[in-house]
Ligand binder design. Structure first.
Ligand code: UD1
Length: 364
């Protein structure tokens, strides 16, 4: 069988890497399973895409749709047009991961062309329809054939929306497969040495959600509040391209604030693993901090990954910057929760996914 694997934006690459590896292993053992890697081009900067391919040993894409940039609709449309052309050569299955525009665009095109869809990370919901990702999740799941889920909560969301139980497969988390496999390879970025960073003496912050970064006033308040709440801690801020546009105008400078371009996977996670605290509005990072046991504050009103809060080390703070200081005080007093690792986040999710596909398609 042939599976199209869709990857387009930064958080897709670490989810797709273990799936490719698993397909290769089963193919080597004699199973008739092949893949075609389709890079939509949603993310195109070297440090948003290429560095992940290199570090995670992801093979070069078989197809590149070069559909990056533009508005939500322009980008989605360009991906759809590009992928429809690619379907001149039809696979047996289109496997999408996560919740980015590439995920939704390719799943729509696949279904309309009679190709079944598998959604890795299906069923998660934030309940916030103002997030483009929530729209992507709901649309994708409404046309998905095989749901591969990361949690019982995701399973229940799908069941509640009327999905047949036999199409839901609770497999664990492919993002964590990659984290566990590469943890021993994490490496210090150059700024570790240039800025004389020390273990547990800095925080890592990342911001890229439109609700936090598209209004300059909100972005400014968050950064000032973090500076004012962190005493002597250094603040490392890898800046996403979306955030950079507004940050340049704000020109906020502080001795403890260290800006950097987006870091590679191994470098970023080295920083996270050794940090005192992470402050973020990403979803994937809250899963990684949960597994590494690093305290994490999420600057959002909702999360599609509630287990990082109920089981893990994450605290959902909302978007009011005033709430940052009390949360950091709590950490300083040693009152942060310990956190545990959610069920099946054990490094074997991709293997389970491919085993299920092999069984569903009667390949052995
Ligand atoms: C996308 C995902 C989001 C994910 C995030 C991780 C959607 C709806 N959003 O958001 O879920 O958490 O990726 O990074 O799919 N840009 C560059 N270079 C790049 C990539 C983007 O300059 O390599 C620019 C784009 O041209 C655009 C902006 O950054 O102006 C935002 O990119 P876009 O892919 O639309 O969304 P993200 O905010 O990155």
């Amino acid at each position: 069988m042939l599976i199209d694997l869709i990857a387009g934006a930064r958080p897709n690459f670490m989810k797709i890497a273990p799936i490719i590896e698993s397909i290769k292993k089963f193919k080597k053992s004699g199973i008739d399973i092949n893949y075609r890697l389709v890079h939509t081009g949603q993310h195109y900067d070297k440090n948003m895409s290429e560095s992940f391919f290199k570090e995670l040993n992801i093979p070069d894409p078989d197809l590149n749709l070069n559909a990056g940039g533009g508005t939500q609709s322009e980008q989605t449309a360009a991906i759809m047009i590009g992928y429809e052309k690619a379907l001149a050569n039809k696979p047996d299955l289109c496997l999408v991961v996560g919740d980015v525009n590439s995920t939704m665009a390719c799943s729509i095109v696949a279904r309309k062309n009679g190709v079944k869809v598998a959604h890795v990370e299906g069923g998660i919901r934030s309940g916030d329809m103002n997030m483009p990702e929530e729209v992507n999740r709901i649309v994708t799941d409404s046309i998905t054939n095989y749901f591969f889920t990361t949690s019982e909560i995701a399973n229940n969301n799908l069941l509640k929306s009327g999905i047949d139980k036999k199409n839901i497969f609770f497999v664990g988390n492919t993002m964590i497969d990659t984290l566990l496999k590469n943890r021993h390879r994490f490496k210090a970025p150059l700024i570790w040495y240039l800025d004389k960073l020390q273990k547990r003496e800095y925080i890592v912050m990342t911001l890229h959600r439109p609700s936090n970064v598209d209004q300059e006033i909100q972005l400014k308040r968050i950064i000032f509040e973090i500076i004012n709440s962190t005493d002597n801690l250094k603040i490392v801020f890898p800046v996403h391209p979306r955030t950079k546009k507004n940050l340049i105008d704000l020109n906020i400078v502080d001795d403890r604030l260290i800006y950097t371009d987006p870091l590679s996977y191994l470098e970023f996670n080295y920083l996270v693993e050794n940090s005192y605290l992470v402050i973020t509005d990403s979803g994937g990072i809250t899963e990684e901090t949960t597994v590494m046991g690093v305290p994490c504050i999420t600057l959002r009103d909702s999360t599609e990954r509630p287990e990082t809060v109920t089981i893990g080390t994450n605290e959902l703070l909302g978007t009011d910057p005033k709430r940052i200081k009390p949360a950091i005080e709590k950490l300083k007093k040693g009152e942060w929760k310990e956190g545990r690792i959610p069920h099946l986040w054990d490094g074997q999710a991709a293997k389970r996914i491919i085993e299920i596909i092999i069984s569903e398609y009667n390949l052995n």
